[in-house]
Design a binder for this molecule. Structure first.
Ligand code: LLP
Length: 419
């Protein structure tokens, strides 16, 4: 099952809406999300883990459009955030402060103060220095900080190196040494500025098998039980995100096996669990629409030059990530290989390489598939290209989530000094 599909006439649709119609109306490049798809993925994730007491906190970093967060909030999602900016987004989209978890290795004093003043549900701390900072700010504000410790369980998630966070060599978490964790947790317990919230883990993203999760979760359970054995309350175990999706066929992710694993490890153990899925909720529920500007026949290659570029979707350039690329209308069978590239002045600016493509011409449109996660959120204005707009289709109605920014708005942020 896919949120995006082709009808018998060969037109790509989201729900029953032709994507070409949306491109006509709003122009390209444009992100299009399926509201039903997002809601359905979230609800299926929630129900897959419903056999254990817990809460799902959508990781805003994957897609932080206010409209997407609001849709998830209405379906009972909390938010996993990593900055003061994401905190503001979560609150504005209607998520209660108590349903927000603040992750990240480098929270500034301002961000910690902002989080504590709004009554945030949980801060996942990653270093002794961070505990010092949170304690002193909580003391100044006369509030009690609900803090969990993020542990680095030293598990290889077997994913792209730039999105692996579970090994000892990375900057994340507190090293998985029983004494060190116990000492720091004891500090949470003894310092009156803290309310110990538990332990957290996040080993990486786009994880394709259950084995790394199993290792990490068992290590976390072990630590949690041993802290309890020392008489300290450990209410929550936060399991992070990382569940991978299929970029090959864009199919809906099946969470059943993941849910069964969680149940096998944690059922009846008396911990409240936290889940922070990002990609799995949105990746295959979004596409990036783009229009062909020129087709160029190089010496031994066909280049399809389109109006979306690495500033709109960085994943192929940054991670060599594969996204399927589909013409919006059926243009017949492939006529050969082509690189699909943007207008930016870098050889690294491509959306797909060596793809079997039909004959495409100026004005034809394509969809870059599986672009709902880590797409629009990672956009930039490189080459003074205003990042693409975003729309959400919900029950066949199209809602604008964000207008394409304008060159004027980019230039308005700047000033020329009076030399
Ligand atoms: N929780 C924490 C603490 C995280 O750092 C992340 C992702 C998540 C949850 C959500 O992980 P997910 O369920 O989405 O895998 N830009 C990269 C992905 C970076 C992920 C960073 N952390 C990409 O485009 O593949």
């Amino acid at each position: 099952m896919c949120a995006f599909h082709r009808n018998t006439n060969g037109h790509m649709l989201v729900d029953s809406k032709p994507l070409a119609e949306i491109a006509d109306r709003f122009g390209t490049p444009l992100y299009v999300y399926s509201g039903n798809g997002i809601r359905d993925s979230f609800n299926r994730f929630k129900s897959a883990v419903s056999q254990v007491p817990g809460k799902v906190y959508f990781a805003l970093k994957a897609n932080s459009a206010l409209g997407v967060i609001a849709l998830l909030a209405r379906n009972g999602s909390g938010a996993d955030i990593v900055s003061g900016g994401e905190l503001e987004r979560a609150l504005m989209a209607g998520i209660a402060p108590a349903d927000i978890v603040f992750s990240g290795v480098g929270k500034s004093r301002n961000e910690i103060a902002q989080a504590l003043s709004t009554g945030i549900g949980q801060i996942n701390a990653e270093s002794p220095a961070e505990l010092d900072s949170i304690s002193s700010i909580a003391n100044e504000l006369s509030v009690i900080a609900p803090v969990a410790l993020r542990v680095n369980v030293d598990v290889d998630p077997d994913t792209h190196v730039k999105i692996s966070t579970g090994q000892r060599s990375t900057k994340f978490g507190i090293s998985n040494n029983k004494h060190e964790v116990a000492n720091l947790y004891r500090r949470l317990h003894d310092d009156p500025n803290f309310a110990p919230a538990g332990l957290a883990v996040h080993i990486g993203s786009q994880i394709q098998s259950l084995a790394p999760f199993e290792k990490a979760y068992r290590a976390l359970l072990n630590l949690g039980q041993s802290l309890r054995g020392e008489g300290m309350p450990v209410p929550t175990l936060d399991l992070g995100g990382g569940v991978g999706v299929s970029y090959d066929d864009g199919s809906t992710t099946d969470f059943t096996d993941y849910g069964a694993l969680v149940q096998r490890i944690f059922k009846g153990k008396g911990f409240k669990l936290g889940f922070e899925p990002g990609r799995a909720i949105v990746a295959n529920n979004g596409v990036l629409l783009s229009e062909v500007i020129f087709v160029k026949h190089g010496d031994n290659k066909r280049f399809i030059i389109v109006d979306a570029a690495m500033n709109d979707l960085l994943r192929p350039t940054l991670y060599e990530a594969h996204h399927n690329i589909e013409p919006l209308n059926d243009l017949g069978p492939a006529t050969g290989f082509a690189d699909i590239v943007g207008p930016i002045c870098e050889t690294g600016d491509y959306l797909g390489k060596q793809r079997k493509m039909p004959d495409l011409n100026t004005g034809d449109r394509i969809a870059v598939m599986s672009a709902g996660a880590y797409g629009a959120v990672m956009a930039s204005s490189y080459n003074t290209r205003p990042p693409a707009g975003e729309v959400l289709v919900l029950n066949s109605e199209v809602h604008v989530l964000r207008h394409k920014r304008s060159v004027k708005s980019l230039l308005d942020e700047e000033s020329i000094p009076n030399f």
